[in-house]
Design a binder for this molecule. Structure first.
Ligand SMILES: Nc1ncnc2c1ncn2[C@@H]1O[C@H](COP(=O)(O)OP(=O)(O)OP(=O)(O)O)[C@@H](O)[C@H]1O
Ligand SMILES: [Mg+2]
Length: 262
C-alpha cells in the first residue's frame, strides 16, 4: 500500500460576506495516496478552488483536520505553512502566472531563490527542469515570446524545480487548445510515472480522463469518488498529430491539383 499523502477529515470552509455566511466546503473527507493522480470536478461554485487552496496550504479550514504527509497543518502559522508549501507542493495555474518581462530560466529559478539555493545550483536545476518539459532551447525567451503551451510548460518546470512530491494544478489546460492540452497532460502524466502525486482541478471530462481517480464536488461536498484507468495523453497527442498530418497532406494535394487546373 502506498502511503497516504493527503488526509482530510470533516473539512469545512465558511466565508463571511457581510452578514452572510458562504459554506464553500461543508464536511469533506478525503485520502490521497502518494503517487496517484486525482481530478477534482464539479460545477462552478461547488468548492473546487476552495479545496485546492486548503490542500495547497494557501488557506486554512474553518473546521476539520488536514494532514499532509502525516503532519497536521491545522493551526500552523503562515510561515510554517509557507515552509510546508515550499517543500511539498508545486503549483500550476490556469493563467500560467509567469512574470512577463522575465526569462523562462529566471521564472523557473524563482522558487529556488526563496529557498536560498546558490546561484550556480539554481541555474543547473532550472535548466534541468526546462529540459524535462522540452524547453531547453527557450531559456532566454520572455513569457510574451512564448506560445500558450510553452508558457504552461515553463510553469510546470517552475512547479518541478523544487522537487516537491505533489503537483497541484487548477485548470492547467483551461487557456489551451485541444492539442496543446494533450501535450501538457502528457507532461503531467510523465511526472506521475516518475512517482509524483498529481492533483488537478478541471471542468473538462476529457482532461479528468487522464487521472486514475475522479472526485466530484457539489455544494461543498464530495458526491462521487471513482477509480478509472487513465487515458494515455502521449498516445492521444500522437493520434491528433497524425490526423493533422493527413489533413495537411490532403490540403497540399488539393492545392496542387487546383494550381494545375488553373
Ligand atoms: N474569498 C471568498 N469570499 C467569499 N466567498 C467565496 C470566496 N471564495 C469563494 N467563495 C464562494 O465559495 C463557493 C465555492 O467557490 P470556489 O471558488 O471554491 O468554486 P469553484 O468550484 O472553484 O468554482 P469555479 O469552477 O467557478 O472556479 C462559491 O459559492 C463562491 O462564491
Ligand atoms: Mg475555481
Amino acid at each position: 500500500m502506498p502511503p497516504t499523502l493527503i488526509e482530510m477529515r470533516g473539512i469545512q470552509r465558511t466565508y463571511v460576506m457581510g452578514d452572510n455566511l458562504v459554506h464553500a466546503l461543508r464536511g469533506v473527507d478525503l485520502d490521497i495516496d502518494a503517487g496517484s493522480s486525482i481530478a477534482i470536478m464539479g460545477t462552478s461554485g461547488s468548492g473546487k478552488s476552495t479545496m485546492m487552496n486548503i490542500m495547497g496550504c494557501l488557506d486554512q479550514p474553518t473546521k476539520g483536520t488536514y494532514k499532509i504527509n502525516g503532519k497536521n497543518v491545522s493551526g500552523m502559522s503562515k510561515s510554517e505553512l509557507a515552509n510546508i508549501r515550499g517543500r511539498m507542493i508545486g503549483f500550476v495555474f490556469q493563467s500560467f502566472n509567469l512574470l512577463s518581462r522575465t526569462s523562462a530560466l529566471e521564472n523557473v529559478e524563482m522558487p529556488l531563490l526563496y529557498q536560498g539555493v546558490s546561484s550556480r545550483d539554481r541555474h543547473k536545476r532550472a535548466m534541468a527542469a526546462l529540459a524535462a518539459v522540452g524547453l531547453q532551447d527557450r531559456e532566454d525567451h520572455h513569457s510574451s515570446q512564448l506560445s500558450g503551451g510553452q508558457q504552461q510548460r515553463v510553469a510546470i518546470a517552475r512547479a518541478l524545480v523544487g522537487d516537491a512530491p505533489i503537483i497541484m494544478a487548477d485548470e492547467p489546460t483551461g487557456a489551451l487548445d485541444t492539442r496543446t492540452s494533450y501535450e501538457v497532460m502528457g507532461i503531467l502524466q510523465g511526472l506521475v510515472a516518475k512517482g509524483k502525486t498529481l492533483i488537478i482541478v478541471t471542468h473538462e471530462a476529457d482532461i479528468a480522463a487522464y487521472a486514475s481517480r475522479v472526485i466530484t464536488l457539489r455544494d461543498g461536498l464530495i458526491v462521487e469518488d471513482r477509480q478509472q484507468t487513465p487515458i494515455d495523453a502521449a498516445a492521444a497527442l500522437a493520434k491528433v498529430t497524425a490526423e493533422r498530418e493527413v489533413a495537411d497532406l490532403a490540403l497540399a494535394e488539393k492545392n496542387k491539383r487546383a494550381e494545375k487546373a488553373s
